[in-house]
Design a protein around this ligand. Structure first.
Ligand code: PBG
Length: 328
């Protein structure tokens, strides 16, 4: 009898294809990054990120309510202070913008909304660098204490989790020690461990007004040619006490998501950053790509690469696509 040549793909319809999907996406793993600024009744569209806004502390609550309704219950706050100085003092001020947003969100939503904060100095320093300066150089060790203070003040104001994005060496340990010492042993740290110096952050820096006023971030963010260095960064952060390891950006760095997933026994987060969002929006506006389809593919590819958590400005849209059965 002749051998039956099997088709490469499983026969069947959409129901079967869905049954054998290798990658599952769940709304519970989505985190929505959001920009908060001083003032009320503010909802400013970010020019390079159409559909994303800078919210005042009151309009923020409405945006969060909509997010919850879509089934996304995790957010990460970025603060845009009115006042910046050399030491980034608004980052750790008790009445800083993120601290107040946290208090309001907690009061409004209780534990329904999981509140994460980005911990960094660049939105708060007058020079736009992620740490304090000594001359023209970012002073790594001198910055650690301020980052730890910032993380602590976020947690005291109600943050459920902190996410240091500054890339100073030793900051996960400094933050862990500070939180433990103050009785916040259970508060997890999601470390931006594998963070590349990337042109994909352009729109974010527009949104937050955080572009460095001189130089670049290459002395503390990673060279995009490097892979082993990323593993080294991740391993060090594990040692220092990180609970979740993030890779950022996502789309051009999916090899790193897989690498970290395989080598490190912690949950992995992938951050699809502002430039990824902006490219999708621009391409769709020009009619060059189909927005919905590529949002789905970008998300699925991050999960296929191995992420457990996906940070994306498209969180609400993705939740909708999951609901419609287009992905997930
Ligand atoms: C702060 C920070 C940045 C982003 C997240 N945290 C900007 C940067 O490193 O310049 C980028 C996020 C995005 O582009 O969406 N250091």
């Amino acid at each position: 009898m002749e051998m039956n040549i099997r088709p490469r793909r499983l026969r069947g319809n959409e129901i079967v294809r869905k049954m054998v999907r290798e990658t599952r996406i769940d709304k519970s793993s989505l985190i929505y990054p959001v920009f908060v600024k001083e003032g009320s009744n503010i909802k400013e569209e970010i020019p390079t990120m159409p559909g994303q806004f800078r919210y005042g502390t009151d309009t923020l609550l409405k945006a969060l309510e909509e997010l919850l309704q879509a089934g996304v219950n995790k957010v990460m706050f970025f603060g845009i202070p009115d006042y910046k100085d050399e030491m980034g003092s608004q980052a750790y001020a008790e009445d800083g913008i993120v601290q107040r947003a946290l208090e309001k969100a907690r009061a409004e939503f209780g534990n329904e909304m999981y509140l994460i904060t980005d911990v960094c100095m660049c939105e708060y320093t007058s020079h736009g660098h992620c740490g304090v300066l000594l001359g023209q150089e970012v002073e790594n060790d001198g910055t650690l204490e301020l980052l730890a203070k910032t993380a602590l003040s976020h947690v005291q104001a109600g943050a459920d989790m902190v996410a240091p994005s500054d890339m100073m060496d030793g900051r996960v340990r400094a933050i862990r020690q500070m939180l433990d010492a103050k009785g916040y042993k259970e508060t997890p740290i999601m470390s931006y461990a594998v963070k590349y110096a990337s042109g994909f952050y352009g729109p974010f820096r527009d949104a937050a007004g955080s572009a460095p006023s001189f130089g670049d971030r290459k002395s503390y963010q990673m060279d995009f040619h490097n892979r082993r260095e990323g593993i080294k960064e991740a391993l060090l952060d594990v040692e220092e006490g990180a609970d979740i390891i993030m890779v950022k950006p996502a789309m051009s760095y999916l090899d790193m998501v897989r690498e970290v997933k395989d080598r490190i026994k912690l949950p992995v987060a992938a951050y699809s950053v502002s430039g990824e969002y902006a490219m999708v929006k621009a391409g769709a506006k020009l009619g060059y790509v189909e927005e919905d389809r590529i949002i789905c593919e970008m998300a699925a590819s991050a999960y296929r690469a191995g992420c457990d958590i996906y940070l994306t400005y498209f969180a609400k849209e993705i939740a909708g696509f999951i609901e419609e059965g287009r992905i997930g």
